[in-house]
Design a protein around this ligand. Structure first.
Ligand code: ZN
Length: 411
């Protein structure tokens, strides 16, 4: 029975980590639909207005060619909408295809009831590959990620395209260009979504553009900087007052003075900040977790397996205590946390299983039944300015004489 419980597959818990797997295509579908809607609205309004204008025109004054020209414009515009909608429909098909493959992959898990099931091994292998591809993509190793996905045949289960687009924009920011990131902000109705989540990304990109104009042209073409500030920064003077004030001051301070407070604004490090801001905004917008899932899975696994003995031979912990590897040779050979590969990684993760309770050393019990560490009681008494030989309860504030306290032994 115990064995059965130990190897039983808990489906719900297994799927906790896999929410983003279904979530991303869903978010992309939503984005795709909203973008299509945006295009239809935009061109629809244009055509409706032009139609109204043409229909209500005075025919005795409007030449026939103009009316025909308007009709042609409307037809061309509608053809354009059709072309755009075809592209949106193809994207929708592609995403449904992804979603279907993912649902199928997760549903496979429900046909297994025990981790001993032979099918489970290959399923969890696929999951590991998915996590590895996700990790590679988030770190910009796009070619390796694509190659791994192709080799394992899991292209539909990973998000190569989304992350490739993201890393392309990230790279362009690191190379000192805001054009691609600004285009991303302006695509479809992303602008509206960004506003909804109070994102400062677009403002910061425009701000950087301003800094670059000031850097290169403040002397030669001061008007260009002013025009940019007026158009893109001035409307946000109340939302970002600090940045706006600095932008004004920047005009007076040329780059190159390392002592000035403005040297930070001229610094190259701002591009890294912008790249990180873009990445986090992109991930939030698409409901992608901020860290690679491999990290989450790994720290959960390490935490579950870690025992207090695992780090006892290392200098950072209590020296001389018996360890897994000296006192229990058998444990060392089977304990993954004691292995050289995982030992360092596991050092800072918490224990899932608390086999020890933590109490202050040198506990003393007050007559009211409460117990505190001696050092803390003494410190508190000193701070409270009590007479020698008196202590004060840290919580209730009652004062007792030192000789009424009892030492507490934990057995
Ligand atoms: Zn161990």
């Amino acid at each position: 029975m115990g064995d059965h419980v130990g190897t039983k597959l808990d489906h719900e818990n297994h799927l906790l980590l896999d929410q983003p797997l279904l979530r991303l295509p869903f978010e992309l579908l939503r984005k795709n639909f909203r973008s299509a809607h945006f295009e239809v609205e935009k061109d629809g309004t244009f055509v409706k207005n032009l139609l109204k204008e043409t229909a209500s025109a005075n025919y005795s004054q409007t030449p026939q060619e103009d009316v025909l020209k308007n009709l042609d414009t409307m037809i061309a515009r509608m053809r354009g909408v059709k072309r755009k909608l075809t592209a949106f429909a193809e994207e929708e098909d592609r995403l449904y295809h992804h979603e279907e493959a993912r649902v199928k992959h997760l549903a496979e898990l429900y046909s297994m009831y025990s981790v001993d099931d032979v099918k489970y091994e290959s399923w969890s292998r696929t999951r590991l590959d998915r996590l590895l591809v996700d990790y590679l993509l988030r770190h910009g190793y796009n070619d390796s990620a694509r190659a791994l996905a192709e080799e394992r045949g899991i292209e539909l289960l990973v998000d190569v395209d989304t992350f490739e687009q993201m890393s392309r924009i990230r790279k362009s920011l690191l190379n000192g260009s805001v054009t691609e990131a600004l285009a991303w902000c302006a695509a479809g109705d992303t602008k509206k979504e960004l506003r909804k989540m109070d994102s400062n990304l677009e403002f910061m990109l425009r701000y950087q553009q301003y800094i670059e104009i000031v850097r290169s042209k403040a002397r030669t073409k001061p008007n260009e900087a002013l025009a940019h500030a007026k158009k893109y920064l001035f409307p946000y003077r109340e939302t970002y007052p600090h940045e706006f004030r600095q932008a004004c001051g920047l005009l007076a301070i040329p780059p190159g003075d390392a002592r000035s407070v403005y040297s930070e604004l001229y610094s190259q490090a701002r591009w890294e900040m912008l790249a990180d801001l873009f990445t986090s905004t992109h991930n939030t917008l698409l409901s992608l977790p901020p860290v690679p899932l491999l990290h989450v899975a790994l720290s959960l696994g390490l935490s579950a397996l870690k025992t207090p003995a695992c780090h006892s031979i290392h200098p950072a912990s209590t020296a001389g205590a018996p360890s897994h590897s000296t006192s229990m040779l058998l444990a060392a050979s089977v304990c993954p946390i004691c292995s050289t590969e995982l030992n360092e990684l596991a050092r800072n993760v918490p224990y899932a299983n608390h086999s020890k309770s933590h109490v202050e050393p040198d506990l003393l019990m007050l007559p009211n039944g409460r117990a505190y560490g001696k050092a803390r009681l003494e410190e508190y008494a000193r701070k409270a300015g009590l007479l020698d030989g008196q202590v004060k309860d840290l919580r209730t504030g009652e004062i007792f004489s030192m000789d009424r306290l009892k030492k507490v032994y934990i057995s």
